[in-house]
Design a binder for this molecule. Structure first.
Ligand code: SF4
Ligand code: SF4
Length: 123
């Protein structure tokens, strides 16, 4: 089961997870051109080896350890993580469209500071 990045990454995007991932499956990295424009970071589900290193590294608890454990309010972002492909403009756009739709449909969560958003997922 792949790990999943969710909406506390929006507005945080500090790349702490990228620095600890042993297989470079979290994108965009800071040295990739998409980094400047993407809303959040994404985990490639086929490349993630489920090591768990990214979870404690994330300062805002944005990463869930499986699609099953991803809260209901965040389920659409599972597909965004799966769709994103570094360097592929169409894939990047599709993933970002899902994230933007998520933001539009969850003004309540977006109104919460990123550091408190994970706690709000459970409500
Ligand atoms: S669980 Fe491990 S392999 Fe998967 S994204 Fe996190 S750090 Fe990378
Ligand atoms: S550590 Fe968390 S907030 Fe930072 S980029 Fe990774 S998922 Fe986003």
């Amino acid at each position: 089961m792949p790990f999943v990045i969710t909406d506390p990454c929006i507005g945080t995007k500090d790349s702490a997870c990228v620095d600890v991932c042993p297989v470079d499956c979290i994108h965009p990295r800071k040295d990739e051109p998409e980094f400047a424009t993407t809303t959040m970071l994404y985990i490639h589900p086929d490349e993630c080896i489920d090591c768990g290193a990214c979870v404690p590294a994330c300062p805002v608890a944005a990463i869930y350890d499986s699609t099953d454990s991803t809260p209901s309010s965040q389920k659409t972002l599972i597909e965004a993580n799966a769709l994103y492909r570094a360097g592929e403009a169409a894939a990047v756009e599709k993933a970002e469209d899902i994230v933007k739709a998520h933001m539009a449909s969850h003004p309540d969560l977006m109104a919460v500071p990123p550091s408190e958003r994970a706690a709000a997922h459970a409500k």
